[in-house]
Design a binder for this molecule. Structure first.
Ligand code: GAL
Length: 369
């Protein structure tokens, strides 16, 4: 994609940011819309600068080698991400044979071996989606020692690690969205329905089940915490029936939700899933139990996979949150290029999520397809 689509995302994002209250970073955007616009303008400037830099060195980029480590190829969202990353890198002048993308198979030892291989092969820049974010310090140390700039994506290392990049002036950055925002948007989608609609068992509370992604991943932690916080911030009382780990996987979520529906029956009013793959599994379980989303249960995910958007349009999913793989993959590639050109980067490069309901699902689907 598709500059047009990126601009549309930016436009949607600005609306979403202004409308919705969020965690600490988003609170600033909500209370000061002007600051959001400034940030958006800065973002555009940064993108333009990166474009200009890339155009200036297009010829040189053809000879540069980039090593990309993905935590697990079978992950739906990371498949969209890596496909877009590959095509964007090529559009920026990298030769296809100089872009090597490897599958960590959800095993940190495998990925560490792949990083060692990239170092031995002498890649010019690395883009890493860590299997375990807690391994970031070790990864950073060896990549930096080999004098290779490093762009982390999708799984954010902790604050101490990020501070070290700044303190030690390392060519290391992180590109990703703030998962607190996606959790907040999920909670707001539910809260906006109003207690009367949600509280089907009339106990005065929102009775929910939570299906979490990989617990080591900050996205899972924040989405879990902030989706519930958004309900509480809207003045709703909440009751967690069960909170279980589905590891981002559809089949695991299907099982968890089937069991929970068996155990808690009609008391389950809301199902929060940390991503859409799991929401699709939850939907299968909901339908098998004879329940109907939008009528006697509510369901939300994150990512805006095409199938999830189609489910939102059909009324089978209450809402989702667009996890912008276009913006994230382009920013990661631009950051890699900035290191190669000597322009350098900030140590944190953010992006915004977009809240998706029936109101805008078709628009988002047209954009991502
Ligand atoms: C999240 C995404 C999940 C999964 C995870 C992998 O941002 O929502 O679907 O891909 O990243 O780390």
């Amino acid at each position: 994609m598709k500059r047009k689509a990126v601009s549309l995302v930016l436009a949607l994002t600005m609306v979403a940011s202004v409308v919705a209250g969020c965690g600490s970073k988003q609170e600033e955007a909500t209370t000061e819309p002007a600051a959001t616009e400034d940030a958006a303008a800065e973002k555009t400037d940064a993108a333009d600068t990166a474009d200009a830099a890339a155009e200036a060195v297009d010829g040189d980029l053809a000879d540069k080698k980039v090593g990309v480590c993905i935590y697990q190829f079978s992950d739906n969202f990371m498949t969209l991400f890596r496909t877009e990353l590959q095509s964007y890198l090529e559009s920026k002048g990298f030769k296809a044979e100089n872009i090597k993308i490897v599958d960590g198979a959800n095993d940190q030892a495998t990925q560490s071996g792949q990083i060692d291989n990239f170092i031995t092969e002498g890649v010019d820049v690395m883009i890493v989606n860590p299997v375990n974010s807690s391994s970031a310090a070790t990864i950073t140390d060896k990549v930096v020692a080999a004098n290779i700039p490093l762009v982390y994506i999708n799984r954010e290392p902790d604050a101490t690690e990020e501070q070290r990049w700044a303190d030690e002036n390392m060519d290391v950055t992180y590109v990703g969205c703030d998962a607190r925002q996606s959790g907040t948007f999920q909670g707001e989608i539910i809260a906006d329905l109003g207690l009367d609609a949600i509280d089907l068992n009339k106990n005065g509370k929102v009775d929910y089940i939570m299906v979490e992604g990989d617990p080591e991943n900050v996205d899972a932690q924040y989405r879990t915490e902030f989706s519930v916080k958004a309900l509480e911030d809207a003045g709703l009382e909440v009751n967690c029936l069960t909170d279980q780990v589905g590891n981002w996987q559809q089949d695991q979520a299907q099982q968890i939700v089937a069991n929970a529906l068996g155990q808690y029956g009609n008391d389950v009013e809301v199902v929060f899933c940390n991503n859409d793959a799991m929401a699709m599994g939850a939907l299968q379980a909901i339908q098998s139990a004879g329940r109907t989303v939008g009528k006697d249960i509510y369901l939300v995910g994150v990512d805006a996979l095409s199938e999830a958007l189609e489910a939102v349009i059909a009324g089978n999913l209450t809402g989702t949150v667009f996890n912008d793989h276009f913006s994230q993959s382009h920013s990661a590639a631009d950051a890699a290029i900035n290191y190669l050109t000597g322009a350098g980067n900030e140590h944190y490069i953010g992006c915004d999520y977009v809240k998706v309901t029936q109101d805008n699902a078709q628009e988002v689907l047209d954009m991502v397809k």
